[in-house]
Design a protein around this ligand. Structure first.
Ligand code: GUN
Ligand code: ZN
Length: 439
């Protein structure tokens, strides 16, 4: 490729939909833009124009290079706000709820990441699954081994995806060969932050696994890291399972509750993302909103581990930011489409309807907001980074047949989310470059 070609704009022609705002606050009508015959113009990794093809063509140079995608739908790349790359090899492990699932399946698998060759092999599989499913940004757990993050970020760099990840901090209540110490965890995290944070599209997250596996000293040092590096993320688990919550209360009797443990050590920031939050009280919701911290809603995981039904409406009423997470390997799919489908059912069980435009928002712009990255990603507004997916709404015989009976955009979107998975993803682009093409 010549240098002049790299910066020359390329236009993609297809139907396009993207979110502009949260339908719950802006209203459905003003929450999105849809172009039936759309054109997305990309140059140097960024969106430079978007609109109805006729209008965009009128204002762009006549020799604009155009890729005609036919009867496809372009959406922003999906954003997964909570996932574990080391759990790729143990997804779909039978029979346990959280604490036994960790001891019986998760910890034995995570021990294997002491070997960086194994870690690299899994990282490659993991990133292939993300792009196969149209995910272009994720907030990712590593293992306790700092090499798990070196390997991961070095593989991400090859694909130009915007990714956040961190080494697990875990100094108690776990197998000896999976624990660090407060000091080693602090120093290893610091070294990784210095090496990777804000390098290209990469960001670091300080990652205590959850309160039960960190001592008070370790949580205090996690807080110190956030003070020393105010723009790094904090990523952990919170109030997922009833037995877990009771255990936290036993381990930290001096604190008011689970969230208060993290709060006490200065871990509630604008860049803090807590996975699950299934069983929060009103005071905890209020505090999360005050601190502008976010929750990752992980419906396939919450159902798979029998953790409970996520109270999305309640969190929204308190004004807490919520993104979607797959939580693989407790989650059962890498697909944000499948995750939206399960989210819909979780809301049905609580007597609520999750509108497809709201789901689209949560899996894209809402996720970007939860990660404080909405100035760069989350939709396809000019100036944003060009992370997008090309979807085939007729990828399966059933979808093709069902789409013939779909009467409007919302109906088509809902069918896409209910029946779609990796089979509908024709191509995935990160920073304007194709990182996946379905054969
Ligand atoms: N809580 C602590 N560790 C984990 C984990 O690996 N997965 C889930 N779902 N919850 C956790
Ligand atoms: Zn998790």
């Amino acid at each position: 490729m010549k240098d002049s070609d790299r910066f020359a704009p390329v236009a993609y022609r297809a139907a396009i939909i993207h979110s502009l705002d949260d339908p719950s606050t802006a209203g459905l009508e003003d929450s999105y833009q849809y172009y039936e015959d759309g054109l997305l113009v990309v140059a140097d990794g960024h969106v430079v124009d978007i609109g109805q093809a006729e209008d965009v063509l009128a204002r762009q140079p006549i020799d604009l290079k155009t890729v005609n995608l036919g009867n496809k739908l372009i959406t922003p790349g999906f954003i997964d706000t909570h996932i574990h790359y080391p759990q790729t090899g143990m997804i779909a492990a039978y029979g346990e709820q959280l604490l036994d699932w960790l001891n019986n399946y998760t910890f034995p698998e995570e021990k294997r990441f002491a070997d960086p060759d194994y870690a690299r092999k899994v990282a490659v599989h993991f990133l292939d699954e993300l792009t196969r499913n149209g995910t272009t940004t994720a907030l990712v757990f590593g293992t306790v081994h700092k090499e798990s993050i070196d390997v991961f970020f070095s593989e991400v760099e090859k694909r130009k995806m915007r990714m956040i990840a961190g080494k697990v901090l875990m100094d108690r209540n776990a197998p000896e060969d999976l624990t660090d110490t407060p000091e080693s965890g602090y120093l290893d995290s610091k070294e990784l932050i210095e090496r990777w944070h804000n390098k290209g599209r990469l960001h670091y997250a300080v990652t205590p696994r959850f309160a039960p596996t960190s001592s008070r000293e370790q949580l205090a040092l996690a807080g110190k890291l956030l003070e020393e590096y105010p723009d790094v993320y904090l990523h952990t688990h919170l109030s997922e399972n009833k037995n877990e919550i009771a255990w936290v209360e036993e381990l930290f009797p001096e604190r008011k509750g689970y969230l208060d443990v993290y709060d006490h050590y200065g871990l509630l920031t604008k860049r803090s993302v807590f996975a699950h939050g299934v069983h929060l009280c009103d005071g905890e919701c209020q505090r999360l909103a005050e601190q502008e911290s976010a929750i990752a809603f992980c419906p396939t995981s919450n159902l798979f581990l029998g953790s409970g039904l996520f109270p999305l409406k309640r969190l929204e009423n308190f004004g807490v930011k919520v993104g979607m997470g797959t939580d693989v390997g407790a989650g059962t799919s890498f697909s944000l489409l499948q995750t939206m489908s399960e989210a819909y059912k979780v809301m049905q069980l609580q007597g609520d309807k999750l509108h497809p435009l709201k789901s689209l928002y949560q899996a894209t712009l809402g996720g970007a907001k939860a990660l404080s990255l909405d100035d760069r990603i989350g939709n396809l507004a000019p100036g944003k980074e060009a992370d997008f997916v090309v979807l085939d709404l007729e990828a399966t015989q059933l979808m093709k047949f069902r789409m013939e009976h779909a009467h409007n955009l919302e109906d088509r979107l809902f069918v896409l989310m209910t029946l779609g998975d990796d089979r509908v993803v024709s191509a995935t682009y990160a920073y304007g470059e194709k990182v996946y093409l379905r054969e």
